[in-house]
Design a protein around this ligand. Structure first.
Ligand code: ATP
Length: 415
């Protein structure tokens, strides 16, 4: 993969296209062997293409297909592959109609540049922009040119590139991935290794983020039944720590349980400042199970919006099991919801003391009649503490919802 654009090298734009392409290609069993980012400029692009074509069978370039003077990928690749550029009347019509629909006027020359297609190349429709992608073949190599804006590249890859790559390079391996929450990478690896001792030929791989660990098992295609058996045993072994296959995030897993029960959730957030609510509302249709959030950062807000007692704040401090519990109680009683999450903690970098260091967090969750309050000490900077708090809070509620039974009554505090 060659990504073009000085903005990528200067740190102005995060190379999200590479992350997208890497994940997509991995998903169809194709390994990206190398990625190179080059600044704008025909020479830099041509040199990179020439270099990579020495070893790669399939090359994807990203960016530089637009109408401006720094968009030179099309010309550079066409010249290197020895494919003269020709004006494609059909592409020109598609661009004109895209612009006419949006009442956008563009100089004729800019239209023509984007309608130039290397001889024998296939133009890939761009549903969200003007420049088409280009699928070029020459001398046994395939070079695929994609536009830089992610909103153009992503649908184009999914609709036009992925199916063609799949047909051209059928998968050699079989893989399955599970997402695990609440267990550390090394604990998981120990369990996986001992299980896989009875399943030769199956390779594990791990990818850990602060709150989740993805475990991937892969094997050659012929071992599919064996891999399925190993994966089923692993899922049974890890139990509730495994997120359902159709829930890519913790919030989605929580949402799925709430939706199934017809329950509603609200959050009372101090140190997370609404992150948990944001994760819940990231999901389409969240209004079916998410009622709202109170971001109660100051002591006054904890009192007025949630009914936390001034006496508790004075006696135990805002970051305490008692205040977390009162935040939750206030939330559940005032806002008429079935489940709640309340968090209070010290995200830092300042505000910590010997008794209450940065990273100290209390999480209270309530589901039906059961209440849980837990104390945590998270490592890392402000961002990491807040991210972990949100994830761990969602997982605490998820496990509670899974365990909670209709007959549960009363509550236990487990500080
Ligand atoms: P355009 O017609 O918009 O000029 P293009 O194919 O010429 O399309 P570029 O000019 O290279 O694409 O990039 C356009 C914009 O797309 C950049 O300003 C940047 O915001 C975004 N972009 C480009 N490459 C990447 C990348 N690798 N990751 C994320 N965003 C990118």
């Amino acid at each position: 993969v060659i990504c073009t654009g000085s903005e990528l090298l200067q740190g102005h734009t995060l190379n999200s296209n590479l992350a997208f392409l890497g994940a997509q290609l991995d998903g169809i069993g194709l390994a990206v062997s190398r990625e190179v980012s080059v600044p704008d400029g025909r020479e830099a692009i041509a040199a990179a293409v020439l270099e990579e074509l020495r070893t790669a069978d399939v090359l994807i370039t990203v960016g530089g297909l637009g109408p401006t003077s720094d968009d030179l990928t099309r010309e550079a690749v066409a010249e290197l592959l020895g494919l003269p550029l020709r004006l494609d009347a059909e592409v020109l019509r598609a661009i004109e109609s895209y612009l006419a629909d949006r009442k956008i006027r563009v100089p004729a020359q800019a239209l023509r540049i984007q309608a130039m297609v290397p001889e024998t190349a296939l133009a890939l429709p761009n549903l969200n922009g003007t420049a088409p992608g280009l699928w070029c073949r020459s001398g046994g190599k395939t070079v695929i040119l994609l536009p830089g804006p992610p909103r153009e590249l992503e649908p184009m890859f999914v609709e036009s590139v992925r199916p063609r790559l799949q047909a051209m390079c059928p998968p050699q391996t079989y893989r399955r991935v599970i997402r695990i929450c609440g267990l550390g990478e090394s604990t998981i690896a120990e369990k996986v290794d001992s299980l896989l001792a009875s399943f030769p030929g199956i390779e594990p791989a791990y990818c850990a983020t602060p709150a989740l660990v993805d475990v991937r098992l892969s094997a050659e295609l012929a071992l599919q039944p064996r891999l399925d058996q190993a994966m089923d045993q692993l899922i049974a072994l890890l139990g509730n720590a495994v997120l359902p296959a159709d829930c890519p995030t913790l919030a989605a897993a929580v949402g799925a349980i709430l939706r199934q029960r017809g329950w509603s959730l609200a959050t009372a957030e101090s140190c997370t400042g609404g992150k948990i609510a944001a994760a819940m509302t990231d999901q389409p249709g969240a209004s079916a199970f998410f009622a709202g959030a109170v971001v109660a950062y100051s002591n006054e807000w904890k009192q007025h919006a949630l009914g936390v007692r001034p006496d508790s704040l004075a006696r135990y401090g805002a970051v305490s099991a008692e205040v977390a519990r009162e935040m939750l109680d206030g939330l559940l009683s005032r806002y008429d919801v079935d489940a709640g999450i309340a968090v209070t903690g010290i995200a830092g970098p300042s505000g910590g003391t010997d008794g209450k260091p940065v990273g100290l967090v209390y999480i209270a969750t309530g589901a039906g009649h059961s209440v849980q309050v837990q104390r945590f000490s998270f490592p890392g900077n402000r961002d990491s503490v807040r991210t972990r708090t949100a994830a761990v809070a969602l997982n605490q509620l998820r496990l509670q919802l899974l365990h909670e039974t209709a007959s549960a009554s009363g509550g236990g505090v487990n500080p």
